[in-house]
Design a protein around this ligand. Structure first.
Ligand SMILES: [Fe+2]
Ligand SMILES: [Fe+2]
Length: 245
C-alpha cells in the first residue's frame, strides 16, 4: 500500500467506525460499573449498530486459521511460543508441545478468569482429547507442587496473590481429580514448561510450529468461527468482539 492508500484506508475505517454504534458487552465493564444498571450507550442519532467487523481492528481473512488469530487477535504470544519451544527442546511429545503452544490463548485473546477452562473449550473440537484435557487442568495444577518432576509452587504466584493465597475449592477439587487421571502428566508438563517460559531475550517465531500444528490441530476448512463446532461462536466473538447481537 502506498502512503496515500494507507491514509485513505485509515480515513475510511474512521468514517466506518463513526457510522456504527458500539455497545460494550456487560462483562467488559462489569465492576468498573454496576452490571445491574442499564448499559450506557452513545446517542445513536439514527446510526446503525455494529453487527460485524469492527474497523478499529485488523481485518481477518475470510477463513481464519489458528495462526491468523495469533497474528490479528492475540496479544504478544512469546510466553506461549517459548513454552512450546522449551517443551520441544526437552523432548516432549507433539501433544505436549501443541498444548503448550495454546495453553494460555484465553489470556492472550479472550477471557483471563478460568483461562484453562476457556482455552480448553476453544480448542476442544480441533485437537486430541488429551491436549484439551491437559489445557483445562493446567490452571489447577499450577497451584500445586509436584516434586517428582521438579515443579514447585510458582514464586510469581506468591508475588501476585500473596503468601497466604488459597486456591478456590473448585480448583482444589479439579486438581485432586486431575492428579489421579491417566493424562495427569500431559497437563503437568504444561506447568513444568510454563514456569520457565518468561525470557524476554528469546525470540521464537510461530512458523517454527507450522508442522506440529498441521499434524495436531484440525483446522476447519470453513475457517475457525464458521464451522459449526461447539466453540465456533467463541472464535467469532474473538474476531468480532463488539458485535451488537
Ligand atoms: Fe495458564
Ligand atoms: Fe502459561
Amino acid at each position: 500500500m502506498t502512503t496515500l492508500e494507507k491514509a485513505e484506508a485509515a480515513e475510511r475505517a474512521l468514517s466506518e467506525e463513526l457510522d456504527r454504534v458500539v455497545v460494550k458487552s456487560v462483562i467488559y465493564t462489569s465492576g468498573e460499573r454496576d452490571p445491574r444498571l442499564p448499559v450506557p450507550r452513545p446517542p445513536d442519532q439514527g446510526k446503525r449498530y455494529m453487527m460485524g467487523h469492527d474497523p478499529r481492528l485488523p481485518r481477518m481473512p475470510e477463513r481464519p486459521t489458528l495462526f491468523d488469530f495469533f497474528k490479528y487477535r492475540f496479544g504478544p504470544a512469546s510466553h506461549l511460543l517459548q513454552s512450546a519451544r522449551l517443551a520441544l527442546k526437552r523432548g516432549a511429545g507433539e501433544k505436549v508441545v501443541m498444548a503448550c503452544l495454546v495453553h494460555d490463548i484465553a489470556i492472550a485473546g479472550f477471557i483471563r478468569g478460568d483461562h484453562g477452562y476457556w482455552g480448553a473449550q476453544l480448542v476442544e473440537p480441533y485437537v486430541d482429547e488429551e491436549v484439551s484435557w491437559a489445557i483445562r487442568y493446567h490452571q489447577a495444577l499450577r497451584f500445586f507442587a509436584d516434586e517428582s518432576v521438579g515443579y514447585h509452587y510458582p514464586e510469581m504466584y506468591v508475588k501476585l496473590f500473596g503468601a497466604d493465597y488459597q486456591p478456590d475449592a473448585y480448583i482444589r477439587r479439579d486438581y485432586e481429580y486431575a492428579r489421579r487421571h491417566r493424562w495427569y502428566m500431559t497437563s503437568r508438563l504444561i506447568c513444568v514448561n510454563d514456569l520457565y517460559a518468561f525470557d524476554p531475550t528469546v525470540q521464537v517465531e510461530l512458523e517454527e510450529f507450522t508442522d506440529i500444528v498441521g499434524r495436531n490441530f484440525r483446522q476447519p476448512e470453513e475457517g475457525l468461527g464458521f464451522d459449526a463446532s461447539p466453540s465456533a461462536h467463541m472464535w467469532r466473538t474473538i474476531m468480532w468482539p463488539t458485535k451488537y447481537l
